[in-house]
Design a protein around this ligand. Sequence first.
Ligand SMILES: *Cc1c(COP(=O)(O)O)cnc(C)c1O
Length: 409
Amino acid sequence: MLEKSPSVRILQAPNDEFHIPVRPEIARLAPYIPGESSQEFSKRTGFPLEALLKLNCNESPYGPVAAFQRQLQNYTFYQQYPDTQSYQLKTALAAYTGVHEHAIVLGHGSMELITLLWSLFLSPGDEIISCPPTFSLYATAAALCGAQLVSVRRRADYEIDTRAILASLNPSTKMIVVCSPNNPTGNLLAQEDLLTLLDTGRIVVVDEAYIEFSTRPAGYAHLVGRYENLVVLRSFSKWAGLAGLRIGYGLFPEWIASYLRRMQNPFEVNVLGHIAVIETLAHLEEAMEKVQRVIEERGRLYRMLAQQPFLDPIPSQGNFVLARILTEQVALPQIRKAVEADGILLRYFPNLLDGQDFLRVTVGLPEHTARLRSALAHVGLPSAECLTSNSLHWRFLEEFLCDLNSWAT
Ligand SMILES: *Cc1c(COP(=O)(O)O)cnc(C)c1O
């Protein structure tokens, strides 16, 4: 068949006759796995795309400000490259953050800035400290550089363990990254802890992708520039409803910003991203009202999850709530099956912390919380699930009920 055709052979992956090895750190690289897309979920489950409820990627249920759509209709310069200096956008961002334009670098999502920043400082053999459970892209970006990611686990209260971080420093440690509010645990980095990290003299990266949802929405922007080793990363993906456009930014000491600009491809943020951000910042009140609605819904979602006998949610400062699964009651696959049967996507974290399983729910609209509540009401019911709890007689009973069920249908 295909293998016999010589033209196809040439296009195949490297074989014995023709093989230039890729860099060893990339040959070893495990792929970063983002949350499942609606399209993938629909393909996997057969659930119709239009009827899905996507609560697995911390996306906004409200979308961008209305003026953005209007501006798009008027825009007629697609044939031209974007403004290289992003002059208008940076002026607005400087006003929003209180940080000088020279200290701001835009990115194709803040994820681009993570990979750039890591490759600015990390050579093969260098180390970066991260505090899991946290965003897994930090590890992927480190592996890409051939650097070692040193994991210093968070304490039982999910705070970072500064003493353990200090103990794991060595001459190869170049960077420390902390997410605040942390994805997925939802808590903020305490200022005292940040100052301790800054004192180490390493590059300290605070990822504030969710800061607008927190009780300290200005974050640590005011400390940028006061410390030559502090970087703050931000994003328009979550609070501004612009995840699909891929636009983020970082606040940097100027010496770091100037290196990043040299490393970056020109025009990484396209004209739509420019317009979206300019309109968002010009209509900040509208955008912040949406943030406020998410914050209110977060409270309702938290209480709904807390009412489930098999979940123990953690208070959150992000637009998501993480909940521990009480596996004596039900197992993760049981919950997942019931939730997915209703076309709802959540993020599941088996063995996230101390061997315990968790799930993370993105805050949506009030009706989304209600739909999830009814899906969770089916968890563990024999009609929804033939899998059973750990207890033997329950398993026996449920098998019996499942059999009855299959008789009935
Ligand atoms: C979503 C998220 C980001 C944002 O990435 P973008 O590339 O700006 O979409 C960054 N950090 C964390 C921890 C996130 O969860």
